[in-house]
Each structure stands twice: as C-alpha cells, then as structure tokens.
Design a protein around this ligand. Structure first.
Ligand code: FO1
Length: 321
C-alpha cells in the first residue's frame, strides 16, 4: 500500500500516475485542505476537487483546476448582478460545492463527503482530506496577512511572501483514513508529490502529529522535486522560495524535506545538484519529472515506486514497495 501526499496540479498528476500503476486498495492519496474556504456561502475544497477530477478523468488540463468542458453562465449572471467573480466557479463545478456544503451542513465530516463525491465520480482509489478539522493557510505578505485564495487568486501571488501560517493545524488531527494509512501494516512507502512544499505539503505536515509520524515511518519516504531547472513546473513555488531567502532549486527542496524524506527524485536538468541533495542527507534519483501526458505520469510513478523499493532494500529489506 502506498500513501501519497498531494496538493493541487502536480499532486493530481502524480496521483493519476500512481492510480494507473496501483490497484484501488493499494493507494491512498492524502490531500491538502489548507486552501479550503467558504465562498459565496459554499465550502470549496480546491485541491481535493483537483485530485478527484483528475482520477475521474474529468480534469481541465489547460487550467489545472476545475472540470473539462466547463461553462460559465453562473459566473456571468453573478457578474451582471455585481456579485463577487474573482474566484471562478464553473457551472458543473458549482454542483460539487453545493452538494459538499449541503452534506457538511447536515453534519457529515469532510472525509465522509469526499468519499461520497469519489463514489459519485467513479473514483475507486482512496482520496482523503488531510484532516476533518478546518486548517487555513494564511500567507503573510508585504501587504499584510492574506487568506490563501485571496493571495493566490485575487492578488495573483503578487505580494511578497514573508511567512506561511497553517492556522488550526496544531490542534487538527489527521483524518481517519490518513491515520489508518500511516498505521497500516501493508504500508510500503510514503510518496510526497511535486506540489508546493510550503503551500501544499507544508499544511499536511503541520497537522498534529503528522510530521513526527512521517519522519519516524518504518517505510521509505520519497519526494519528487516541484522545482526543475530553478523554476517551478507550475505556480509560485520558485517566487516564494526566493522571497523567503532560499535559492529556487531542487537542492532547497532537499533541505526543506531533510528529516522527513529519505529520498528525492530530481529532474534530469538538475543532475548537477545530486551531490548537494545527498549532502542534505537524502538519497537521490534522477528522472524525467515533467508529467505532460498520461504516459509520463505513469512513467514517473513507476520510477518513484522503484526508487522507494530500492530505499526499502537498503534499509535491510524490512519493507519493499
Ligand atoms: N485558480 C485560479 O487561478 N482562478 C480561479 O478563479 C480559480 C477558481 C477555482 C475554483 C474551484 C477550484 O477547485 C479551484 C479553483 N482555482 C482557481 C484553483 C485554486 O485556487 C488552486 O488550485 C489551489 O487552491 C492551489 O492548489
């Protein structure tokens, strides 16, 4: 059984690759919910939806979020009324948020709602929130503190980041399926997807007890660098790293994951950084990490699983992926 930690676009691509290689009972994808927020009266869980839509084969490959073939009549109508349109909810996507909110308001947990949505979308692999308690990512910037989506979408990541806060994470507990996966005797490896280490993986590791549980896991923890050739594959990761005083480099990813991950997969373009990654205490694997189509997603997933198996072997054969 493989446990994958994922954020938005990069996370959903590797999750789709892993799902292509593993049976539904052999994969649990734990998703960041620090980006979740109440908007227009609805509970929106962007990263959960991105992963679920990807595994359902319904994802919008151009935007990386939302549904393919979406229409925007609701947004247009809302705009005509003078409503808030900075965060775009497509007509079909809207149904997901309405139904999630109805179920949460009726007392279901986010895990229960996500399981129901997965079943409705025909997603057989387990996709679960990191926690059923709310955790809110707050981005502290030169313009003051901004709730995540206000920083990311409304302000288009323009303000300079000074710090990232995961409000509520300390008292939050891992969701039941996340906790069960961490304790599962069938667990063979933990995979950290090439998602933003500060905005997407950071909130998952900040949930009460999670960082220690993963750092002390008996199985290999393998991360994939979201930085390739000094730039983020998508999103503001490189800009934020620089604003926080780090080099935008796969070597910085190694430093950030030191003590948590055992191995880092870096792109072929970053082969020269292997020694620096190893100096941070991580084993390194070089691969083509750009997941531009389904074949490459599955190819990278296979590389990650083989690397995890190699690390397990090196630990003395206690586990094999
Ligand atoms: N991202 C944008 O850049 N603009 C949007 O209007 C937007 C709307 C949106 C609606 C639903 C959803 O699930 C995601 C949406 N996203 C949008 C993406 C979202 O802000 C990011 O994917 C994540 O929160 C970061 O991983």
């Amino acid at each position: 059984m493989i446990l994958a930690l994922a954020g938005g676009v990069g996370g959903s691509k590797l999750a789709r690759g892993l799902a292509a290689c593993l049976a539904p009972s052999d994969l649990t994808v734990v998703v960041n919910t620090g980006d979740d927020f109440r908007h227009l009266g609805l509970w929106v869980s962007p990263d959960l939806d991105t992963v679920v839509y990807a595994l359902a084969g319904l994802a919008n490959r151009e935007t990386g979020w939302g549904l393919a073939g979406e229409t925007w009549h609701f947004m247009e109508a809302l705009g005509r009324l003078g409503g808030e349109t900075w965060f775009r909810l497509g007509d079909r996507d809207l149904a997901t948020h309405v139904e999630r909110t109805r179920r949460l308001d009726a007392g279901a947990t986010l895990s229960e709602v996500t399981a129901a949505l997965c079943a409705a979308f025909g997603v057989a692999h387990r996709v679960v929130p990191m926690s059923d308690q709310p955790v809110a990512t707050v981005v502290h910037t030169d313009e003051g503190p901004l709730p995540f989506q206000h920083y990311f979408v409304r302000r288009r990541c323009v303000p300079a980041v000074r710090a990232v806060e995961h409000a509520g994470a300390h008292s939050a507990r891992p969701s039941p399926a996340f906790a069960a996966a961490l304790d599962d005797p069938r667990l063979r490896a933990i995979v950290v997807a090439p998602s933003n280490p500060l905005l997407s993986i950071g909130p998952i590791l900040a949930v009460g007890g999670v960082r220690d549980a993963i750092a002390g896991a008996r199985v290999p923890v393998v991360a994939v660098s979201p930085i390739v050739g000094g730039e983020a594959v998508k999103g503001p990761a490189a800009k934020i790293l620089r604003e926080l005083g780090h080099a935008a480099s796969a070597a910085t990813i190694a430093t950030l994951y030191a003590g948590v991950a055992d191995g880092l997969v870096v792109d072929e373009r970053d082969r020269a950084l292997c020694r620096t990654v190893e100096a941070a205490g991580l084993r390194v694997c070089v691969a083509d990490t750009l997941m531009t189509d389904a074949q490459r997603e599955a190819g990278l997933a296979q590389v990650v699983l083989a690397f995890a198996a190699e690390l397990a072997e090196a630990r003395g054969g206690r586990a094999s992926a």
